[in-house]
Design a protein around this ligand. Structure first.
Ligand code: LIP
Length: 261
C-alpha cells in the first residue's frame, strides 16, 4: 500500500475517531443503555452505535476495505485490507463515568505470501484528555502531532507496569498469581481498564510496559503499532479464542525480565 494511501487512511481514521470521541464526551454523564452485563464486562448500545458511525465514515472513503470490530464484522472478510476497530475501548470505565476510555482504529494489510495481516496505520483517540496518537508503519509515532518515544528505564524496580485482567473469571484467576509477583518487583502497577490507552502510555514513556492475556485484536492492533513506531516492542501471541492474545508491550528493555517469573 503506497504511503500516500496510508496517509489518506490515517486522515480518514482520525476523522472517524474524533466523531466518536465527540459522542463519548456528550454521553459520559448521561444514562446509558446496557446491551449486556456480565461479571467482569459491560456492552453498551453506544458501543454498537459508535462502530456503525465509524464504519459509515470509513466505507465512504474506502468501500472495499472490510471491518473487523468488537461489535461485529462488515465487508468481505477475505479482503486484502481490513480496519480493526474498537469503538469504545474502556467501556466499563465509560459506563461508570470514569473519563478513561478511547477509540481505537487500525488498518491492516494482508501479506500476499503468508496471508497474515500486518497493521500499517494506527489511531487511538482519548476524547477526555483530547489526546490523539497516530502511527504509520515505518514512520515515527505522534501524540497530537509531536513525535513520541518510549522510556529508557531498564530495571523493573524503577518501572511502572500496567496490567489487565480481561473479561472472564478464568482469565482473572490465571493472571492473579503473576500480578502478586509483579507488584513486588516494580515501582508501581497500574490497572486502568483500557488496553489501547495502556499501549499509548507505553509509547509515550508514561508506562514502561503493559501485560495482559485474553485481550482481543481490536483492543491492541492500533496501540501495538504506535508502541513499535515509538521505538518499543509489541510482543504478542495468539491464544485460544476469537482473535485473543497474550501480550507484553514494553520500551524494548523489560520483556525478558517480565517473562522471567
Ligand atoms: C477492555 C480492555 C481492557 C480489558 C477489558 C476490556 P473494552 O476493552 O481495554 O484492557 O482488561 O476486559 O476488554 O471491552 O472496554 O473495549
Amino acid at each position: 500500500m503506497k504511503l500516500s494511501e496510508q496517509k489518506k487512511a490515517l486522515a480518514c481514521a482520525v476523522k472517524a475517531a474524533r466523531a466518536v470521541g465527540k459522542l463519548m464526551r456528550q454521553n459520559l454523564r448521561l444514562s446509558k443503555k446496557v446491551n449486556l452485563a456480565t461479571a467482569h464486562d459491560i456492552k453498551l448500545e453506544l458501543d454498537v452505535r459508535s462502530q456503525k458511525l465509524i464504519e459509515k465514515m470509513l466505507f465512504a472513503s474506502f468501500p472495499k476495505v472490510a471491518v473487523l470490530g468488537e461489535e461485529g464484522v462488515s465487508g468481505n472478510q477475505e479482503a486484502e485490507q481490513r480496519w480493526v476497530v474498537d469503538p469504545i475501548d474502556g467501556t466499563v470505565n465509560f459506563t461508570y463515568e470514569i473519563p478513561h476510555a478511547c477509540v481505537s482504529i487500525a488498518l491492516q494489510v494482508k501479506d500476499a505470501k503468508t496471508g497474515e495481516y500486518q497493521t500499517v496505520v494506527g489511531v487511538v483517540y482519548d476524547p477526555f484528555c483530547d489526546e490523539l496518537w497516530t502511527a504509520i508503519r515505518g514512520q515515527p509515532a505522534r501524540l497530537n502531532g509531536t513525535i513520541i518515544r518510549v522510556s529508557q528505564r531498564k530495571s523493573l524496580g524503577e518501572a511502572i507496569v500496567s496490567i489487565g485482567f480481561a473479561k472472564s473469571s478464568s482469565n482473572l484467576e490465571r493472571t492473579l498469581p503473576y500480578f502478586n509477583k509483579l507488584v513486588r518487583k516494580v515501582r508501581k502497577v497500574r490497572l486502568m481498564g483500557a488496553a489501547a490507552l495502556a499501549l499509548t502510555y507505553v509509547a509515550s514513556g508514561r508506562f514502561d510496559a503493559y501485560v495482559e492475556q485474553g485481550i482481543h485484536l481490536w483492543d491492541i492492533a492500533a496501540g501495538g503499532l504506535i508502541v513499535e513506531c515509538a521505538g518499543g516492542e509489541f510482543w504478542h501471541e495468539p491464544i485460544p479464542g476469537d482473535y485473543a492474545y497474550r501480550i507484553v508491550a514494553s520500551n524494548g528493555l523489560l520483556r525478558k525480565k517480565l517473562q522471567s517469573f
